[in-house]
Design a protein around this ligand. Structure first.
Ligand SMILES: [Mn+2]
Length: 288
């Protein structure tokens, strides 16, 4: 192995392959749906809000694929952050059972609340702050919650790699990205795994034109890339590229991919209408 690769510690992102992984797409404050999905996957939430580890689920791990905040009501966002924080500490006591992948929403909210100097303050960024990143206002008035969020942010990985053998692997990131950036540790690659080209800035362009690499680089092999971010009406798969963001906060479903040995299965639960759903028009991936 080249020294550089060893030094950058690709191994650190490798997750053990003797466990089952429940990989959950963009939660965006859909805490009720998250609890239901986890319950249906064998993790009950007890009265203290903790996910119970039993002999039936001890071989399972949970991965959130990023964007667990924003778009939802303040009440649900608060519950989501508190739930993830206490379960991160609780589930990861004996071994790591809960992983968080960084989404563009965690990244932007972090930058806003830490007064990142690279955010240029102008009418557009001020407008975007309230329009797209409503967790910022919540954290700015609740310092206790802000502290929990900052810790959660520090727990996030940019990508994770499940490598069963030379024929089967799954790379997990929030956003789709070109293969040259996938599972790389440099600054540019990290950025690309968190966010791809903006759909809101290109509203009339079909997603397959906007992100041509998603289908052009797709291969008929079992080295899969699972991502979220693109708010689809259903799980979208083309060859080894899979999008599992099924638009829970837009009133659709919350989905997960279940990875075990050399298989990937899927499961979804519907929006429970316990908060107001968002509005959007779908721009469908792999629509050919
Ligand atoms: Mn996203």
């Amino acid at each position: 192995m080249p020294v550089a690769e060893l030094y950058l510690g690709n191994e650190a992102k490798l997750i053990p392959t003797n466990h089952q992984y429940i990989v959950i797409g963009d939660v965006h404050g859909c805490i009720d749906e998250l609890k239901t999905l986890l319950k249906e996957q064998g993790f009950k939430t007890n009265k203290e809000g903790l996910l119970e580890v039993t002999s039936h689920n001890e071989h399972k791990s949970i991965v959130l694929l990023g964007d667990f905040i924003d778009k939802a009501s303040e009440e649900k966002l608060t519950q989501t952050i508190e739930f993830l924080y206490k379960n991160y500490l609780h589930l990861n006591q004996q071994r790591k059972r809960l992983y968080l992948i960084l989404g563009n929403h965690e990244d932007m909210v972090y930058r806003y609340i830490t007064n990142d100097r690279t955010i240029i303050v102008n009418p557009r960024t001020i407008r975007n702050k309230t329009l797209y990143y409503n967790t910022v206002a919540l954290l700015e008035k609740n310092s206790k919650l802000k502290k929990l969020f900052l810790e959660l942010y520090s727990f996030c990985d940019t990508y994770l790699l499940y490598k069963k053998d030379n024929d089967f692997s799954v790379t997990l990131t929030h956003a789709p990205c070109k293969e040259k950036y996938l599972a790389q540790n440099d600054k540019i690659s990290r950025k690309k795994m968190i966010k791809c080209v903006s759909r809101s800035k290109n509203p009339n362009m079909p997603l397959d034109e906007l992100l041509p690499y998603t289908h052009e680089e797709a291969k008929d092999n079992q080295h899969c890339h699972i991502f979220g971010h693109l708010s689809q009406p259903s799980i979208r798969q083309y060859k080894n590229k899979i999008c599992i963001d099924t638009s829970a906060i837009y009133g659709n479903t919350l989905s997960c991919a279940i990875i075990e040995n050399k298989t990937i299965n899927f499961h979804s639960v519907p929006f429970e209408s316990k908060q107001k759903k968002g509005e959007q028009t779908y721009n469908i991936l792999f629509d050919f």
